[in-house]
Design a protein around this ligand. Structure first.
Ligand code: DGJ
Length: 731
């Protein structure tokens, strides 16, 4: 890794192991141009690629025709309303009511390490691990500075970008749009890949053509959302797991976002990612600044698989902070699908006892333990133990569970308030609402205005008191509705457009406090399943509940889309009871176990009530978890076949970094009559190593398994699965 600056030519070059990113300044006017991002190249001066001296451009040196220049110039960070009619990266209103930003290079700094982004989640690294380039651009007329930041990491093919707007004028400015990154490049044959879905159907992979105009994904729901993931990739048409070009863009943020590609008149693409401009208007007072969240750009010339593994490695090493990130997590049993709201101490203890017998290590008490919450109509905000359900309180329950030999975890939904709660009766103004309007309920609840410090402090104090009251080692932090009726009594009229972002900063602040006050707590984020599964949340919790859909077959697509960019160690995945509560499907208990092994692994069922023949299989699953989890958590992920694409079977695997071991999971979703058995071509093994397949004892060279493939016998029935465990043999 290195960052070079050619002073004479005004060119910056950022080199990672296999990629180069090049920025160039124009001669006199010092526009900041984007020259290249892609596979590593040797030359630094390729600024001719900006095409500033050819038709239809007219050289702008004498300002004769700057409009046509700016409208085609491949810029690194477009200002607004000065001649570039493509999307701006920044839009502001100054106190005169004007909206122009014209940015020119002013200075730069190259350093080892990476500065923190105050109040925001961000990748991190030591001075040995990473390097940062900061380019300061300025619009002298309005005294506005933009600091563009680029960081690169040793051994990883990614560039992390963010920016900061500094107001050096004597008056406030209002920022109405601020993209964290913008990049212009030629359209070759790229398609757009995004992760789309819905509640219980999150992050399905979707690929489409890029037409003229603007296309993309976004969220204006106050969270990153079930519907659209803050991620997009440009992929060459021929791109598969192993070949083709891929540019990935992933936003390290948990609120509203926009991810957009614009194809213009000359077939060039403008790629942008940042906080969604809808409902966003942020005041920057004189002398202050605004820091935008960062975007992780990953380039691969070896298909989607290489992009995936870069994201996995970056997040495991440079984003997740929890002490659990490199540890095997306790196998938990969660009572949500087991009991829903209908539980009490004795029932939980019975579950804990049976769980212990079967090797489970932690009991998690989900929604319904507080206030008078016996369904989802009340009590959010009243974080006081319901002693009718839990006589003797939490301390008694937790002590009993600990005596049985299990750890204890608990569910919270700190950002919410039920209209039927003591808290709402005392502080109706703490809910996000607009005076005079009947606020919209979702799951019969409102959202607390945690942009306000007094609200955050109050809720946090209750949460902290509960955690101090007993030996609680895990928290599931849930969020079960999205934001609307955007009004905050904590903000002046002119600043209402700050609410959505301040809300997200409030979540970050609370989770940061939690991490610091309870450094050994295992935190799992959740939002009605996977509605806030984003890199921002991973900075606070090493795992996130993937989806409320625990059906093993539905999970194949959800986990495939999730694992495209997130390490398996972060995906909350449990074995649940059948018929599945979301889709009514019955799958073999073994298959449910195999699919959950690709994530954090746990149970979500009433172990005292499931069929004895299923219960008898838990011991084997638990032993598989202990046997394979280190590999699953730390290895390289390979996608072999996708049920979403072929509608018949699924296959993925994890290979140890030193290639000594691999575990592939094969799921035959649909059986069919009179079909050939399958041949699966594995990936990621060492060609020259010989591997023993544990199931049969057969030994093959890695190149055989990857090039000729492995023979998989058809299994009897739908929804069948098997694990293929390979270990390298000596000699
Ligand atoms: C949504 C979560 O995803 C579920 O696992 C469960 O915790 C419920 N909320 C509880 O209300």
């Amino acid at each position: 890794m290195n960052i070079l600056f050619d002073k004479e030519k005004g060119i910056f070059k950022l080199d990672t192991e296999n990629t180069s990113y090049i920025i160039a300044l124009t001669d006199e006017e010092k526009f900041i141009g984007h020259v290249y991002f892609g596979r590593k190249i040797s030359d630094i001066d390729v600024s001719g690629l900006m095409r500033i001296d050819e038709n239809p451009f007219v050289p702008s040196r004498n300002n004769r025709d700057r409009g046509s220049f700016l409208d085609t110039f491949p810029t690194e960070f477009p200002g607004c309303n000065v001649g570039d009619y493509r999307e701006s990266a920044i839009e502001i209103t100054d106190l005169n009511g004007h909206n122009c930003v014209d940015l020119r290079y002013q200075s730069h700094r190259i350093c080892h390490g990476k500065p923190k982004l105050e109040g925001l989640p961000a990748t991190f690294g030591s001075v040995q691990d990473c390097m940062t380039l900061e380019i300061t651009a300025v619009d002298p007329v309005i005294s506005l500075e933009i600091i563009l930041r680029y960081s690169i990491f040793e051994g990883l093919d990614c560039v992390v970008r963010s920016c900061e707007v500094v107001n050096r004028s004597t008056d406030s400015v209002f920022v109405k749009r601020l993209m964290s990154m913008s990049m212009d490049m030629d359209q070759v044959d790229y398609e757009l890949l995004t992760l789309n879905g819905s509640w219980a159907r999150e992050r399905h992979i979707c690929r489409r053509e890029i037409g003229y105009g603007k296309t993309g994904v976004g969220s204006t729901r106050g969270e990153s959302s079930h519907q659209e993931q803050p991620f997009m990739a440009l992929v060459s048409k021929n791109a598969t797991q192993e070949v083709g070009e891929v540019y990935g863009f992933h936003f390290v943020y948990s609120g509203n976002f926009l991810a957009q590609v614009e194809k213009n008149q000359f077939d060039s693409l403008r790629i942008q990612m940042g906080i969604h401009p809808k409902n966003f208007c942020f005041e920057i007072p004189s002398g202050k600044s605004f820091v935008a969240p960062e975007v992780v750009l990953v380039y691969s010339h070896e298909g989607l698989g290489a992009m995936t593994r870069t994201y996995h490695d970056l997040y495991r090493k440079h984003l997740i902070r929890s002490p659990y990130k490199d540890k095997k997590r306790p196998i938990l049993i969660n009572n949500w699908e087991a009991t829903y709201f209908d539980f009490h101490t004795e029932k939980l203890i019975a579950i804990a006892k049976e769980a212990k017998k079967n090797g489970i290590e932690m009991l998690v008490m989900d929604d319904g333990w507080f206030g008078y919450r016996n369904d989802d109509n009340s009590s959010l905000g009243d974080w006081f133990v319901n002693e009718e359900k839990l006589p003797g309180g939490l301390s008694y329950l937790v002590e009993e569970v600990n005596k049985i030999g299990l750890k204890f975890g608990i569910w919270f939904e700190p950002e919410m308030i039920s209209p039927d709660s003591e808290l709402y009766r005392a502080h109706p103004d703490w809910a996000i609402t607009i005076d005079g309007r009947t606020p919209c309920r979702m799951r019969n609840q409102y959202v607390l205005d945690i942009s306000r410090k007094e609200v955050r402090d109050y809720i946090y104090s209750l949460l902290s008191a509960i955690l101090h009251s007993a030996n609680i080692e895990y928290v599931k932090w849930d969020m079960n509705r999205q934001l609307c009726d955007l009004g905050s009594l904590g903000l002046p009229v002119a600043n209402q457009g700050e609410l959505m972002h301040r809300y997200v900063l409030g979540v970050y602040e609370m989770q940061d406090r939690l991490m610091h006050e309870f450094p050994n707590l295992l935190l799992e984020n959740c939002s009605g399943g996977g509605g806030r599964f984003d890199p921002g949340m991973l900075y606070y919790s090493p795992q996130i509940w993937c989806s409320d859909d625990t059906d093993a077959i539905e999970r194949l697509s959800i986990q495939e889309g999730t694992a495209l960019i997130y390490p398996l160690s972060t995906m909350g995945a449990h074995v649940s009871d059948c018929p599945n509560h979301i889709v009514g499907r019955t799958t073999p208990f073994e298959t449910r176990g195999h699919v959950a092994l690709a994530g954090t692994f746990g149970y979500e069922l009433d172990i005292t009530k499931i069929p004895p023949e299923d219960r008898a299989k838990i011991a084997d699953q638990v032993s598989d978890y202990h046997k394979y989890n280190a590999l699953v958590r730390t290895g390289d992920y390979y996608r072999i076949a996708s049920y979403s694409e072929n509608h018949l079977y699924d296959c993925y695997g994890v290979v140890a970094k030193d290639k000594s071991e691999a575990l592939f999971t094969y799921v035959q979703v649909m059986n069919g009559a009179n079909r050939h058995s399958r041949r699966i071509r594995l990936q990621g093994l060492a060609c020259e190593k010989r591997y023993r397949l544990e199931e049969t004892g057969e030994i093959f060279y890695g190149d055989t398994l990857m090039r000729a493939g492995l023979h998989i016998h058809n299994m009897w029935g739908d929804f069948q699965s098997k694990l293929l465990h390979l270990t390298a043999v000596e000699g």
